[in-house]
Design a protein around this ligand. Sequence first.
Ligand code: ATP
Ligand code: MG
Length: 412
Amino acid sequence: MKQSLFFIPTLKDAPKDAEVRSHKLMSRSGLIKQVAAGIYSYLPLGYRVIKKIENIVREELDKIGSSELLLPALQPRDLWEESGRWDKYGPELMRLKDRKQRDFCLGPTHEEIITQVVRDYLNSYKKLPLSLYQIQTKFRDEMRPRFGLMRGREFIMKDAYTFTETKEDLDRMYNEFSDAYKEIFRRCGLETRIVSSDVGQIGGDEADEFMVMSEVGEDTITYCTSCSYAANQEHSGLNAGDKCLECGGEIEIAKGIEVGNIFKLGTKYSESMNAKIINKEGKQVPVIMGCYGIGISRTLMASVEQHSNEMGIVWPEEIAPFKVHIIPVNTKDELQVEVATKLYLDMREIGVEVLLDDRAERAGVKFKDADLIGIPIRVIIGKDAKDGKVEFSNRLEGTKDLVDLSKVLERI
Ligand code: ATP
Ligand code: MG
């Protein structure tokens, strides 16, 4: 992509209400733009990263046999009456009426819809287990939308649902999702800690949350300094200095960003919404469900929070919007432009995602923007181009050296 054609509206200053580093940087580097409280546009650079995260999720869920579908955001009240959540959900639910005054809501989550999708089809244990997921926009009228994409009122979520005959099958799928999540977050450059959590609004049996440890996190995690015990403070009620419930060791507390969670739902929805199967013993029983969420847009935010410095973002390799940034220092120098353009075309030819800064801007402006948007490999074409050399820097490894033009593709 040529930068002169791409839309990257970088800013000198962050918006006044941006409190945390990731929010400031995402605004300044032209990844997102606020429309209203908790509502954002994803600009081309930010949307490239969103798509990368989504594809990592798709690859890992495909490996565990989950199929992707897409459910509607607009949901009729009667389904929410069936589950009993029309009244229970409270003001977070975005409600609206159609022209005939019928009630609808904008989906904050999709247990009702997915149950409606499968219940007519699922009549026998022979059709189980079943695992389905979607990547979609969710709506929640959060009391305190803040920190950019961290807590939005409209945000992108991956939600998956499993249907099984037995608790053992649910346990197995739950563990498969847990392993897939570890891999997804690792690939997004995030180190996560699994903490056991309160089931809260959704209801059900067991649940775990995937937390990125961070000062800006809204959750408080209690963890043992001697064993692997960790729980959300909402759930454990423990405090720093308390004794671990499992080994007696000392409890510490830390802040975390919840990027995903997994729930053993049980039969809450299948019972209230009548999703039943004939089991192996020939008895009619409600199907057992699990649900599994990942905040895609929050994962992007958490990744920027973890991988940035005062000057800009330093993208983890797999989710970087481009792999290579080619910067000719002086666009009035024909040789520099020629070398840069040739490198750019050669890289495209072998499938490297590359951004060419072909703008007629001062070098200082280009470098500032390049620091902000943080593409991992930077190739600078300057005065040494006449001797067949360019500067090659790798932001992830912190290296920078002069490289022979003929060696650049090899290095990449
Ligand atoms: P939280 O405790 O942060 O409100 P939640 O328990 O309501 O999260 P779920 O309903 O389980 O979250 O949603 C699944 C995932 O979606 C969460 O793990 C989180 O990553 C993401 N998520 C939830 N609410 C928001 C939001 N308002 N903005 C962005 N991402 C969100
Ligand atoms: Mg919530």
